[in-house]
Design a protein. Structure first.
Length: 154
């Protein structure tokens, strides 16, 4: 690559590479409906343990994302994930989702995106165990659950 024609190619490659990494992702949460026809087999194979309020089953993933089945009997504590973004697909149940102090109704088919550092909690109002498919990015390999006091009673 010592030819004079290689230099413009290298400069262009560098500029495109830098520019593609400069886009910022807005920090926002959102809820949109989706339709799910099939339940994960793990729901049938791993019933919610008696006496547990929350239960998480690891479904796998890569170094970039981990996949989990999360179930809530009553409510989860108001908390945040300092190092992970969270995308949640609600599979069963309904209730309130509190994101950064704002409460919204949440039900089957909703999709939620919660950026890292944003406090949140789900309060189940369905009378049955609520279930959700949760994706953490990057993959959740270490505990990243920081309780935030004062928004909801546990």
């Amino acid at each position: 690559m010592n030819s004079p024609r290689a230099l413009p190619f290298l400069i262009l490659t560098f500029v495109v590479g830098v520019m593609s990494g400069c886009q910022s992702t807005p920090k926002r949460s959102w809820v949109e409906p989706i339709h799910l026809d099939n339940w994960p087999r793990e729901v049938r194979e791993h019933p919610m343990p008696a006496g547990e309020n929350m239960h998480k089953i690891d479904l796998g993933g890569t170094e970039n994302a981990s996949h989990h089945l999360v179930r809530v009997r009553d409510r989860e504590p108001y908390h945040l994930h300092a190092k992970h973004d969270l995308t949640v697909f609600v599979l069963s149940g309904h209730g309130d989702i509190i994101i950064d102090g704002t409460t919204r109704a949440c039900t089957i088919g909703n999709v939620l995106f919660i950026p890292r550092g944003v406090p949140h909690a789900f309060v189940n109002k369905s009378g049955k165990v609520a279930a959700a498919y949760a994706v953490f990015t990057p993959a959740m390999r270490v505990k990243d659950f920081v309780k935030v006091p004062g928004v909801i009673d546990e």
